[in-house]
Each structure stands twice: as C-alpha cells, then as structure tokens.
Design a protein around this ligand. Structure first.
Ligand code: COA
Length: 383
C-alpha cells in the first residue's frame, strides 16, 4: 500500500453512564443469591449446581478492567432484569448507533479542522450493528450532511482496522478524497450479564477516524499510513448469534429476555476465553513482527493495541518489543472503558498520541472474533 493517505484525526463519544466492578458484581451476586434460593431444592438434590459469586478482585486481575461506560445503567443493575433498557425508537428518529456515530464524527472533524464538505463517504465498521438496512452509515451520512456514499461492515473486534484499510484503498484508488470510519459499539446489548465468566468484559463507546488524501493542505499534525495488513482465520471460539440491539423491542418481552439470558444460550456473546487467549497471542505477535520487518521499521514508539485483556496486551507487546512494555509504549484504556470491541485500539490512540514527535512510529492493532486481526503502521507528521 502506498503512503498516499493520512489519518488526519480521531474522535470519541463516551456514554453518559459508568458501572464500576463493585456495582456490577453487587448486582450479579444479588441475582445469584435469588437464583440459588429459587433452585434450592434442585441444588440440595444434586440436580443443578449452585451458582458461584463473582468478584471485583478476580475481574481486575484476569482482565485489568475496573469500570465500563454504558448507554443504560439501570437495566443492567436491575437484579430482576440484568440487561440494558434501550427503548425502541421510531423509524423517524435517529437510531441510537447513528447518534453515537455522529458525535464521534463531529469530534474527529473538529480536531482535523475539517467540515462535512471535505468528506466524501462514511463507513460504519463495528461488531454490533442494530439492523439489516438501511445501512447505519447512510443514516450517519444523512445526519451529518455528507455528500457521497456510506456502507456498513462488520469484522467484529477488528472492524476498525479493516474499515481503515478499506477507506485507505478507496482514497488511494481515487474513489473519495476523505472518508470517516466510525466504530459505534453498544457491547452491553450483546453481553449476558448472568454469565459469571464474561459479565464484566464489555463497555459501550463510539470512535471515529478521518482518513484523507495525503496531498491535501493541512495545518495540524496527522499520521501517515505506512502500511495496513489484514488476516482472518475461521474459529467458533468467539461467537454471537443474535444480540439485543437488533431486537430492541425484545427488551420488554419477558419470555424472550429470559431465553436470551439463559445459562446455555448462544444468542449473546459467548467465548472459549482460554482458547482465544492461546490462539490470538501467537497469531497477532507473528503478524506484527512480519509486517514491521516488511516495512523496515526498526523502532516502534507506541502500540495502540486492541483492548480486550491486560495480560494479553502485555504478552503481545513483550513479544514484539523484547521487553515488558511501559505505559507509554503500550497505553491501556481497559481500566476505564473495558473491552469496547472494535473501538478499543482507537480510544487508546485518541487519548495517547499528542506527545509523539514528528517521525515517531506507532502501531494500531486489532484482533478478535473471526478470528480476525489487523495491523496498521503509522508515522507522525509535522503538519
Ligand atoms: N469471578 C470470580 N471468579 C471467576 C469469575 C468471576 N467473574 N469468572 C471465572 N472465575 C473463576 C473460574 O471459575 C475459575 O475457577 P477455577 O480455577 O476454580 O476453575 C478461575 O476463575 C479461572 O477462570 P477462567 O475462565 O479460566 O479465567 P481466565 O484466567 O482464563 O480469564 C478471561 C478469563 C476471559 C479474562 C480470559 O480467558 C481472557 O481474557 N481471554 C481472552 C479473550 C478475550 O478477552 N476475548 C474478548 C473478545 S476479543
């Protein structure tokens, strides 16, 4: 890929509510107490196993997560419900994913010193789309007032790097001058808050990236795209067969709610966490090192890694750098944001890049369901 494209700026929308580990664990453990009471006879007869409590200490140690932002707090913490309340909007209202996307795009445009007139397309790239069509991207394009085109794409947690590559290729080919790539993620609508193994993993957020032709006049520093490489390899170890977000009306359907949050459901996020851990670390480390060699990058100043798990990020960064990464070398946002799927690495980049000097090299890297992984090497420009 020729470096004819720059990442001009990023944008961030942070939801209005947060839930700490203690609050989440409090709700989960209260639900466990009720469930065990309701099933006391079967537990005593050895027919079912009593549910075990969750703990904030385990969550922080296993994942590095301390808190998460969410679009709805009360439904998740309601022990009789354990799922977000995201009321269905009429077709005439802006949909919730489009609303978050518009806020993130406006932030990116303002930071780049651009207006919608400078943009020719919108790509919504995320794990958690809320409907089949019209594409959320077309709605975002309309709400922003962008002329041109838009489309949605989903490569799970790798959607941002895949979206970036798609946009960069189209800009290089002359299909557009500038493209907004947006990652709106309401992961809480796809998470089983009754599943102890994963109830703590995800949070909600939206990020945006403005990609544009490198030869456009610009006054602010940007990131030259040195190369973007993508890889996929099929696995069922992370899977989601439905989710609440595209069944928003089901949020008030008690029967469906209980079916979707049943202990053995695969209608929400499910994973074989240990297998994912073991498969992804070698796949991604190998990919980063090979791509770096190919681009002849000798010194990597920053790694904005997908934010799924602190231990995973430490291991990948250590394999690539040859030493334990410092907080500057591989910034972590998991503690405040949790895993926000495709948006995680973009949040890390958004919050941790201002100090980089012109010429500094960085890596935006995603990995997740599919399996899918993307590596994008960036170089800070003077303006
Ligand atoms: N609270 C307290 N204890 C818990 C718990 C909870 N919420 N969840 C699990 N445990 C217990 C388990 O019962 C188990 O106990 P045991 O040893 O007595 O059997 C122990 O903690 C270890 O459980 P395990 O599920 O093996 O934990 P882990 O150390 O593998 O960590 C993940 C779990 C999910 C954090 C980890 O596998 C992981 O990060 N995987 C990467 C995948 C990922 O993040 N994917 C996201 C999509 S990209």
């Amino acid at each position: 890929m020729r470096s004819s494209v720059v990442l001009a700026a990023t944008g961030l929308f942070t939801p209005p509510h947060a839930i700490s580990n203690d609050e989440l664990v409090g709700a989960y453990n209260a639900w466990v107490g009720r469930w065990n009471d309701q099933h006391a006879a079967q537990i005593a007869a050895g027919e079912v196993e009593a549910k075990q409590p969750s703990s904030s200490e385990f969550i922080e140690k296993a994942s590095g997560i301390r808190s998460r932002f969410v679009m709805d707090r009360s439904g998740i913490l309601d022990v009789t419900r354990m799922a977000p309340r995201l009321p269905r909007r009429s077709n005439d209202e802006l949909s919730i994913l489009a609303e978050m996307s518009v806020a993130a795009c406006e932030d990116a445009l303002a930071r780049a010193g651009r207006t919608v007139a400078d943009v020719d397309a919108v790509i919504v790239a995320c794990s958690n789309l809320q409907r089949a069509y019209p594409a959320i991207a077309v709605e975002v394009q309309h709400a922003l007032g962008v002329r041109g085109f838009g489309f949605d794409m989903n490569v799970a947690c790798s959607s941002a790097t895949f979206g970036l590559r798609a946009a960069a290729d189209m800009i290089t080919a002359g299909s557009a001058r500038a493209i907004l790539v947006v990652n709106p993620e309401i992961c809480s609508a796809h998470l089983n808050f009754k599943d102890r193994d994963c109830h703590f993993i995800f949070g909600d957020v939206a990020t945006a990236m403005l990609l544009e032709r490198a030869d456009l006049p610009r006054e602010k520093p940007a990131f030259e795209i040195l190369g973007a490489r993508l890889e996929t390899s099929f696995s069922n170890n992370i899977r989601n067969n439905l989710g609440f977000l595209n069944r928003a009306e089901s949020a008030d359907d008690a029967e469906l709610l209980s079916r979707m949050t049943a202990p053995d459901t695969d209608l929400l996020f499910v994973q074989e966490g240990r297998k994912v851990f073991k498969d992804i670390i070698p796949m991604v480390s190998r990919m980063i090192v090979a791509h770096m060699d190919e681009l002849r990058i000798e010194k990597l100043d920053r790694m904005w890694l997908h934010q799924a798990n602190l231990n995973m990020n430490r291991l990948i960064a250590t394999k690539v750098l040859g030493h334990e990464p410092s907080a500057e070398e591989a910034p972590v946002v998991l503690d405040r944001f949790a895993n926000t799927s495709s948006a995680g690495s973009v949040i890390a980049l958004h919050l941790h890049h201002e100090d980089l000097a012109p010429g500094a090299a960085g890596l935006l890297c995603s990995f997740g369901a599919g399996y899918s992984a993307g590596t994008v090497f960036l170089r800070r420009t003077a303006s």
